[in-house]
Design a protein. Sequence first.
Length: 322
Amino acid sequence: MKCILMSKGAKTLVEVCAGVKPRENVLIVTDFMMMTIAEAVASAAYHAGAEVMIGTILPRSGHGQEPPPPIAEAMKKADVIFTPVTYSITHTRAVKEACEAGSRIIALTDYREHMLIKGGLEADFYETKEMCLKFARAFEKSNEAVLTSTGGTHLTMRKEGRPGNALFCIVEPGQMSPAPNVEANFSPTEGSAEGVIVADASIPYIDIGVLTEPVTATVEKGMITDIKGGHQAKILADDLKSRNDAKVYNVAELGVGLNPKCIMQGVMLEDEGVYGSVHIGIGTNITLGGNVKAAIHYDLLMWEATIELDGNVILEKGQVRL
């Protein structure tokens, strides 16, 4: 009977986030581990009068891997795409090209049934949109960012000419947004980041989740050169090394969460939206305005961070000062 409770969140995804209209072509890209989420979204899209298709793929072996070519081609022809998948396909050329073709995309990576019932999807996305756009505009206009945190982060980076991205769970043609993660972000200029990242909130990938002890990463010339900490740090370091791809160490993103209903719980699309949290993305940045396509895209989350743009503080110890 849980499907009855899940229907409310699925309706929000279809009608509010994607704005599905009658007779639109809706493609749900999923895998065999996520069928209950796919079916809930498909039911809501059907009731909205859409032409609904489910494309089921094998679970990818890691985040950031491309979907199969037939699915990638179908994505270019869909009006709306939902992606309830185990491993993220958000930072892929398939998503980038579907957006360029005009698709509206709602990313639903690693979704759990309870996320359709309670949590971030209960937010008023029209209200959170305004603050998200303000942060994105501030990122857009700045040239240099300094990120610090009470946990020990101190990272400087440049971003001349890079866009400020607003992901507020409502999409227009050619746009992609995860849901319920409301965030503003930018991709720093490759090679510009210098300093130390201390993640003390969550790394919601590869079964790490909520952190029990800090993970410290040294950054030189835009690349992570060393990772220290306990067991969870070792999981991250070993995984990155196993990718045999130097680009996985690229500092790809600075993002701030802006959804007051999200809860830190070890699930990516809830954790990254937690209001006032900050994350540093590593690896791929091509969907954020950068030029790097790596084997993965992971995010390292921290509490009580301060963001300074060209000398102006817009977030202070997790509190909005914009």
